[in-house]
Design a protein around this ligand. Structure first.
Ligand SMILES: [Zn+2]
Length: 195
């Protein structure tokens, strides 16, 4: 578990509907938490390296076989999202067809770009921590995972370690804001998109 700064306590008095997990997730909650924790740990690494703390793992045969963290800041390449890096690692070990037997655990809802790639590759299931109200492709902005004009769809479940995923982003934006030559309230504004 990650530490929970005091700034989060205001959210703990009432249950947020976003924290209510799907019965499918609750059936094997400990397993889903175990894999999401690996994604959270990877996002912590990203944070320590100055990257936006979004990360994921791919699980095949009950094992983490690939992982990825956001790499857009270091590389200045906006396509280097965590999911794409994890997919690249996966393809070093497995053919793309094995993604139909693979689940993704990602700290933040996949963006529209990644949601589309995951669908084209036939990912089995996506589990994400917090939603992405600005770019989310699994229901927050567009429903790329389930839109009937494409096939086949993939199921997507949010909420596992949602608060931990948000806290990582909050820590990143606060740190970025404090390091800026002319500090401004950008951090808080950016964070609201995912809470
Ligand atoms: Zn993405």
């Amino acid at each position: 578990m990650t530490s929970t700064p005091n700034s989060f306590s205001s959210d703990s008095n009432s249950i947020n509907p976003k924290d209510i997990l799907d019965p499918f997730v609750l059936e094997n909650l400990a397993t889903h938490q175990k894999f999401m924790q690996r994604a959270i740990d990877t996002a912590e690494e990203a944070l320590r390296g100055g990257e936006t703390p979004v990360a994921c793992v791919l699980v095949h045969g009950g094992e983490v076989v690939a992982r990825g963290m956001n790499d857009t800041n270091r590389s200045l390449n906006g396509t280097r999202h965590a999911e794409f890096l994890a997919l690249a690692e996966f393809f070093e070990k497995f053919p793309p067809s094995e993604l139909k037997n693979t689940d993704l655990y990602v700290t933040v809802e996949p963006c529209i770009m990644c949601a589309s790639a995951l669908r084209q590759y036939g990912i089995r299931t996506v589990f994400y921590g917090c939603g992405n109200d600005r770019f989310g492709g699994n229901g927050s902005v567009l429903s790329v995972h389930s839109d009937e004009n494409l096939d086949p769809p993939y199921p997507s479940y949010g909420g596992v370690y949602r608060k931990e995923a948000i806290m990582l982003l909050r820590r990143f934006y606060i740190q970025e804001n404090e390091n800026a030559p002319n500090p401004r309230a950008k951090g808080n504004r950016e964070l609201k998109m995912v809470v």
